[in-house]
Design a protein around this ligand. Structure first.
Ligand SMILES: [Zn+2]
Length: 254
């Protein structure tokens, strides 16, 4: 399996061409890509070519996906796995893109065993071993610190990569206890700040659940790295080890 996949990827990279003009247009809107070195940018483009070849993107509710939309989503989805490799996204193929927020039917069982059905408006959703669903309106509204693509793909990295429902497992070369402790302490501190009404540059939605905290902090790690490194240095250092990237150039420092 591994050999075949490698062979197929080499062949894809030989035959597929990335549209450089379109890349420039897409990258100009994703300011956080500017911090990448030329070498990293070249590797990101390779991952994007493979991502587009291996994943299937579909527009829902009549949305036509232009090459620009595909390229933009692929670039943001590949950034978190730049140094982890595309195999992190192995085992599923679908990316579904709605024009705007989409309604999802949810069921919840309460403590009395009663099933409650309700509808929710979502900007994005990720299924374990299944597709990633995105609202294009929300993708295009991305600003520093808020990025729905990175958010949902962080959930994929978490769900499909081991760990528990709260946090992903540490990488093999990391101190697993320190990773866990740092996330838990940061989550508790963050919930305390939200409860006390303190203004925080991190989306308060991160207080909903530890898994949401990880996804929201991943958005900040890639799109507002300097602020995260300044305000949450221990968490930043652990995320740098987890993603094997140092977007703020701080991991080697104090
Ligand atoms: Zn989420």
């Amino acid at each position: 399996m591994g050999f075949l996949r490698e062979w197929r990827r080499r062949r894809t990279l030989k035959s597929a061409r990335l549209d450089e003009t379109l890349w420039k247009k897409v990258a100009a809107k994703l300011s956080f890509l500017r911090g990448l070195s030329n070498e990293d940018t070249a590797r990101l483009k390779q991952l994007v070519v493979l991502f587009l070849a291996e994943k299937e993107m579909h527009g829902a509710q009549g949305l036509t996906l232009t090459d620009e939309v595909r390229l933009s989503i692929a670039a943001q989805a590949c950034l978190p796995v730049l140094n982890l490799g595309l195999d992190v996204y192995h085992g599923w193929v679908g990316v579904i893109v709605y024009p705007g927020e989409f309604r999802v039917r949810k069921e919840e069982v309460d403590e009395n065993g009663v099933v409650h059905t309700f509808e929710e408006e979502l900007a994005g959703e990720a299924w374990p071993g299944g597709p990633v669903v995105l609202s294009w309106e929300d993708v295009s509204l991305s600003e520093r610190g808020y990025n729905v693509v990175i958010h949902e793909f962080a959930h994929k990295i978490h769900m499909d990569g081991g760990g528990d429902e709260n946090y992903p497992a540490a990488r093999k070369d990391m101190d697993a206890a320190k990773w866990r402790r740092t996330l838990e302490e940061a989550y508790n501190r963050f919930c305390g700040e939200v409860d006390s009404g303190e203004a925080t540059f991190i989306d308060p939605y991160a207080a909903e659940h530890p898994a949401e905290f990880f996804a929201v902090m991943s958005e900040a790690f890639f799109t507002e790295s300097a602020v995260l490194a300044r305000d949450w240095p221990e968490l930043y250092a652990q995320l740098a080890l987890f993603y094997r990237q140092d977007p703020a150039g701080k991991a080697g420092g104090s």
